[in-house]
Design a protein around this ligand. Sequence first.
Ligand SMILES: *[C@@H]1O[C@H](CO)[C@@H](O)[C@H](O)[C@H]1NC(C)=O
Ligand SMILES: *[C@@H]1O[C@H](CO)[C@@H](O)[C@H](O)[C@H]1NC(C)=O
Ligand SMILES: *[C@@H]1O[C@H](CO)[C@@H](O)[C@H](O)[C@H]1NC(C)=O
Ligand SMILES: *[C@@H]1O[C@H](CO)[C@@H](O)[C@H](O)[C@H]1NC(C)=O
Ligand SMILES: *[C@@H]1O[C@H](CO)[C@@H](O)[C@H](O)[C@H]1NC(C)=O
Ligand SMILES: *[C@@H]1O[C@H](CO)[C@@H](O)[C@H](O)[C@H]1NC(C)=O
Length: 672
Amino acid sequence: MMSIPLLCCCLISLAAYLSLAYEDPRGQSCGETTYYAPNSTFSSNLDLALETLSNTTASTGFATTTAGDSSQTVTALALCRATITPSDCQLCVDAAASGVRSACPNQTVAQVWYTLCMLRYSGYYFVNKTDYTIAFTLYDTRHAPDPDAYDVKVKMLMRNLSSTAGASEKRYAVGRTAAPENLTLYGYVDCTRDIDGDSCSGCLLAATSAINSCCLGQWAGWIATPTCNIQFNMDPVHEDWVNGPYVNTDTTPALASSPTTEPVMGPAGNGAGGGGLAIKISVILTVGTVVLVAVVLGVAMKWRKRERVEKGGSGISDEDNDQEIMRERIGTRNFIYDLDALVAATDNFCLANRLGAGGFGTVYKGIMENGEEIAVKKLTPGSTQGREEFSNEVRLLLKLQHRNLVRLFGCCVEGENRVLVYEYLQNKSLNYFLFDKSKSALLDWPKRYNIIMGVARGLLYLHEDSQLRIIHRDIKASNILLDEGMNPKIADFGLARLFKDEQTHHRTRRIAGTFGYMAPEYAIRGFMTAKIDVFSFGVLILEIISGRKNYDPQLNEQNRELLKLAWRLEQEGRIMELVDATIGSFSQDNVLKCVRVGLLCCQQLTQDRPTMSSAMLMLSNDSVTIPVAGRHGYQDTPCDPVAPHDSINTSADLENESFSKNSITFSLPNGR
Ligand SMILES: *[C@@H]1O[C@H](CO)[C@@H](O)[C@H](O)[C@H]1NC(C)=O
Ligand SMILES: *[C@@H]1O[C@H](CO)[C@@H](O)[C@H](O)[C@H]1NC(C)=O
Ligand SMILES: *[C@@H]1O[C@H](CO)[C@@H](O)[C@H](O)[C@H]1NC(C)=O
Ligand SMILES: *[C@@H]1O[C@H](CO)[C@@H](O)[C@H](O)[C@H]1NC(C)=O
Ligand SMILES: *[C@@H]1O[C@H](CO)[C@@H](O)[C@H](O)[C@H]1NC(C)=O
Ligand SMILES: *[C@@H]1O[C@H](CO)[C@@H](O)[C@H](O)[C@H]1NC(C)=O
C-alpha cells in the first residue's frame, strides 16, 4: 500500500523528528498547589530520583523509584514507548529528566510527555494507583476524510487495543486498521506497568472516551492521563506502526461483550462513565490536571461564545474558527525539515528569493519539491540572541494556531543552522501596500476594516485566548502579512514572551520592538504589559486609516508625527481629514469608530487603554459608546529619550525598520 520512497521519507523524517523530540516535552502537567524551595531536601531527593530513573529505565523501558525518607520523599516513574531500543529510551529519559525540571521548575507534582517516553514525579506515593484524569491532549489539525466512518474506526481500534494492552505483560498494544479512502489508521496505547491489567484497560477506555471532546475526526490524536495514553494517527510516524498487527475492526465484538469495558464506557459518545471513574479513583495529579483541562475547556467555550457574538458584527467569521483554537500539530512528517531540502527549495538561500529581513534573520521564499510554496526564515548564524528568540518562537508558535497568525510549519536545526519554515503568503506585508501611493488604492475601506478586525482577533487570541498568554511586543505594519484575499496574519513572534496570570506586570531589561509603535512606558522604562501591544495596535489603526507612517520626516514639523497630528485634528473636530485619499468609499461612522478606538489605544496611561477584548467589542459592536481619549502616548513625556522621531521609520527600507531591536538596554534601579 505504501510506496518505498514514501516509506523512506517517513523513516528519515522520523529520525529527524526524534532528535528534536528531546528538546521540549510534547505536553506537560505541573501541579499548581505546592512548590519546593531551590536547595531543599525535596530538591535533592528529586535529583536523586531523576538520576535513578536515568540509570534504571532503559533496560526494561519502565522504572519507578522513591528517594528520601519520611517527610520530603519523591516518587518518580518513567515509561518508554514499548517498542523502542534501550538506547533510544535512555536518550528520551535523560531528556525528560532535565526537561521536567525546566517545564515545571519548582512544583512538587509534575509530568512530561515526550514522543518516546514520559516521566512523572510527585511528593505523594502514586505507584499502583491508577489515575484516569485526562492530563494532556494533542492533535493534528488536519481532518480525516469521511469523519463519521473514521471516528467509528478510531474508537473500535482504540477499544481493541485497550483490551489487548490490559492482557499484555508490558501493558501496551500497537495495531493498524483500514480507514476510509484506502488510508491506514495506526494506533498505539500503553499504561504504566505498575497497575494491573483491568485498571490499564479501564484507563485506556477512559482516554478513548475523551476523543469526543478532543479530537473527533482529526487526522491524529494523542490523549494521556497520568497512567496511560492512547495515540492514533494516519501517518505511520513510529516504526512499530509500519509493522503493527492488522486489527479487523469490522468484526470486533460489540462493546457490551467485553467485561473490562463495563465500569468505564457507555456506548460511543457517552463520556459520563469516564467522568464517574475519574472522581471515584484517588488521584495524585488531580489539581494540576483538572486546572489544565478546565482552562482548555474554558478557553474553548469562551471562544465559541465570542465568535457567536461577533457573527453579524463583521461578517468575517467562518465555521473553522472553533477548530483553529487550541490545536497542536502532530503530523510529524512535516514538522522537521531537512536542511538540504530547504537549501534546494530556496536555491541555496539566494538573494533573488529574499523576501525581507528582520532583526535576527532573513526570510526567503522557497518552493519544495512537491511544489508547495513556503517562507523560510534563516536566522543569523552564531547570534545567541537569534537562538534564544528561535527556541522561544518554535516552542510558542507550534502551539498557537489562529487564522490571523502566520502559520508555522516546522523548523530545521542542523549544526549552527536555525531555520523556521512558515506558510508563504502571497501578498507580502501591509506596509508594502499601505505606504505606497501607487498601491494603497488596492486597499479599499472594506479591506482595511477587515485588516483591522483580523489583527484585533489575532492579538486577542494571543493575549487572552491562547493557552500561552503572549505579548507580541512588535506589532507594526511590516509584521502584518496578507494572504491572497488580503486577510491579515500577524508575523514574527520572536519577541513574544510568556506571561503568567498572576503577574500582570513584567519589567524587562532588554527592550525590543520598534520605536514609533512603542508604548511610552515600555520604550522609556521597559515596563511590559499586554497594553504595549494595544498601544501599537492603536498606532497601526491610525496608519491604516491615514495611509501614512507613524513618523514621516518628509512632512513639516507639525505633521510629522501621526499621533500628534491625529490628536490635534480630533481636538479641532477635523479628524476625518486624516482619512487616506485613496481609501475609496467608506462609511463615515465606521471609520470614525476605528479612529476613536485607535486613539483610545494610544493613550499615555496604561490603565486608560482598553484591553484587546474591549477594543474588539467596540470595533465590532455599533451600540457600544466609545469614550473620549485622553492624553496620547508621547505628550509631555519628561526627558523623552526615545521619542518617535529618533527612530527608524526615517527610512523606507524594510531592512532598517527593525534596527532598533535589542539595541538599547535600560538599567532598572530596582529590578525584581
Ligand atoms: C543553592 O545551591 C547552589 C549550589 O549548590 C548555591 O550556589 C546557592 O547559593 C544555594 N542557594 C541557597 C539559597 O542556598
Ligand atoms: C547512576 O549511574 C552512574 C554511573 O554508573 C553512577 O555514578 C551513579 O551513582 C548512579 N546514580 C544512581 C542514583 O544510581
Ligand atoms: C516557585 O514557586 C513560587 C511560589 O512558591 C513562585 O512564586 C515562583 O515564581 C516559582 N519559581 C519559578 C522559577 O517558577
Ligand atoms: C503493586 O501491585 C502489585 C499487584 O498488582 C503487587 O504485586 C505489588 O506488591 C504492589 N506494589 C506495591 C508497592 O504496592
Ligand atoms: C481503493 O482501492 C481500490 C482497489 O485498490 C480502488 O478500486 C478504489 O478506487 C480505491 N478507492 C479510493 C477512494 O482511492
Ligand atoms: C482485536 O483485533 C484482533 C484482530 O482483528 C482480534 O484477533 C482480537 O481478538 C481483538 N481483540 C479484542 C480484545 O477485541
